[in-house]
Ligand binder design. Structure first.
Ligand SMILES: O=C(O)c1ccccc1NCC(=O)[C@H](O)[C@H](O)COP(=O)(O)O
Length: 205
């Protein structure tokens, strides 16, 4: 069964709908680099509203360590997600479980970066290029997804209700991650797209 993370939540009602429809995880983006940025208080409200067994993920991107510590203390997410150029050692300093996003937009040459994060609980392979923000709606070549890594791999970037089944067939990921593909505007989730996305993943796996 392929797990589902719905990212870029800015409203409690969208995150609750995702959970009710069967999403395994929701994400909130705290970095100022995002059109979907939420405040610490908004992120806390979304995380606190989640029912048991829904994993909550808080995203940062090359942010200050003190800000990351504030996120851990105030938002109390299940996982952090580091979306920038953070090193393994830097991400591990907080002693909090995390996903490391890997920018796959530069093609197969990006694959070496997957080996650089042994302390990450999972690796999120995204379609953006190095230095670019996530939530870009850009897909990468799913056929380069490796199958010899110890960590679970999360496929992200440009996924939609229409292409997610093909993506799962080709990449065989542990989980899929979606943000813009289930939106009507940045940060505003569209209930029909959300429903169709989750149904498509469930039908594929
Ligand atoms: O979503 C953002 O705005 C964002 C900004 C800066 C860093 C990370 C960001 N999102 C990270 C995610 O996990 C997205 O879900 C992922 O990039 C996929 O987005 P999309 O291609 O829109 O499905």
């Amino acid at each position: 069964m392929t797990r589902i993370k719905c990212c870029g939540m800015t409203r409690v009602e969208d995150a609750l709908l995702a959970a009710r429809l069967g999403a395994d995880a929701i994400g909130v983006v705290l970095t100022a680099r995002s059109k979907r940025q939420v405040s610490l208080a908004q992120a806390q409200a979304i995380v606190d509203a989640m029912p048991p067994f829904v994993t909550t993920v808080a995203l940062c991107m090359d942010d200050e360590a003190s800000f990351v510590q504030e996120i851990i203390d105030m938002v109390r997410p299940s996982l952090l997600q580091f979306h920038g150029d953070e090193s393994d050692e830097w991400c591990a300093q907080f002693g909090h479980p995390y996903l490391k996003a890997i920018a796959m937009g530069d093609g197969a040459a990006a694959l070496w970066r997957l080996r650089d994060h042994p302390h990450a609980a999972g690796l999120l392979l995204d379609g953006h290029g190095l230095g670019e923000a996530g939530g870009s709606g850009k897909a990468f070549d799913w056929s380069v997804m490796p199958h010899d890594l110890r960590q679970p791999l999360i496929l992200a970037g440009g996924l939609t209700p229409a292409n997610v089944q093909a993506a799962i067939r080709v990449a065989k990921p542990w989980a899929v991650d979606v943000s813009s593909g289930i939106e009507s505007a940045p940060g505003i989730k569209d209930p029909d797209k959300l429903r169709n996305f989750i149904a498509a993943v469930r039908a594929a796996s």
